[in-house]
Design a protein around this ligand. Structure first.
Ligand code: NAD
Length: 247
């Protein structure tokens, strides 16, 4: 049996399957991850995403945020990895996706049960009055964008460095992890806390861990049971093909 067939077989036998996704699943959609050779941090200074720095230098931060998250993301479309996860959910096989991504591509692919651990870039939130507004309703040519109700500074509704993980998403993610007996880890290094603890908890609870990543991550030698060393798109399509042959 190859690793795609092994994974298909594990999916077939599993009681509850969860996928945990990171920036790597969106790399084939044209969104670069933060780390690695073509990573965003080779081009930009991560301080633009630190909450204190953002509040002190909103216009400067927003110029970087706009370029990364509202120009590049706007053109991105779901790739076969996102689409295959959505197909597994439609068939009642995949229960939940816990994603660290903020690019909306799981929802665009048709997935419904998605826990956005780091929030999302769809909405902006006012740091003064808490009002939320869809980013697409704002003119992001004028930066920084300001709240139409109180004039306060608007921030993307994703988690900046130095901010808490949103609730109830954090609690629901760890609950889901406890229930899962098969965990698909797709395109994540395991470097960002506390998200990095989720797969470790899954393993402690006895889940089988399948990892898909062209490179080894901090999980590979520590907790991974089946390591598919390949890109997410092709891997997920091969798993689906192998699954269909089992049915
Ligand atoms: P990361 O940038 O630290 O690592 C990306 C991982 O993806 C690496 O292990 C890399 O080997 C792997 N990878 C690269 N191409 C791949 C492919 N085609 N298929 C499968 N795997 C591939 O990403 P992270 O661990 O998710 O953590 C970084 C943080 O960055 C997260 O909190 C996330 O919110 C944020 N982020 C999100 C996006 C997005 O929303 N698309 C983009 C950049 C960063």
């Amino acid at each position: 049996m190859n690793q795609y067939q092994t994974t298909a077989d594990l999916i077939k036998k599993a009681r509850r399957v969860t996928a945990f996704t990171g920036a790597g699943i969106s790399a084939e959609s044209g969104i670069p991850p933060f780390r690695g050779e073509n990573g965003l941090w080779n081009q930009y200074d991560p301080q633009s995403l630190e909450i204190d720095w953002f509040q002190r230098h909103p216009a400067e931060s927003w110029r970087v945020i706009h370029e990364i998250f509202y120009s590049a993301f706007a053109k991105a479309k779901p790739n076969p990895a996102h689409l295959t996860l959505a197909e597994f959910e439609r068939r009642g096989i995949l229960k939940t996706i816990i994603t660290q991504n903020i690019d909306n591509l799981h929802f665009e692919a048709g997935s419904q049960n998605v826990l956005e651990f780091h929030g999302n870039s769809r909405e902006l939130i006012c740091l003064e009055c808490g009002n939320r507004i869809l980013a697409e309703k704002m003119d992001l040519q004028k930066l920084p964008p300001l709240c139409k109700i109180c004039g306060g500074l608007l921030k993307p509704d994703f988690v900046f460095f130095g901010e808490m993980i949103p609730e109830p998403t954090q609690t629901l993610s760890f609950k889901e992890t406890e229930l899962s007996d098969l965990f698909l880890l797709i395109g994540t290094t395991g470097a960002v806390m506390p998200a990095a603890l989720i797969p470790q908890q899954a393993k402690r609870n006895g889940a089988t861990i399948v990892e898909i990543n062209p490179e080894e991550s901090s999980y590979t030698r520590a907790i991974t049971d089946v390591f598919i060393q390949n890109k997410a798109g092709e891997s997920m399509q091969e798993i689906l093909k192998a699954f269909d042959l089992l049915s």
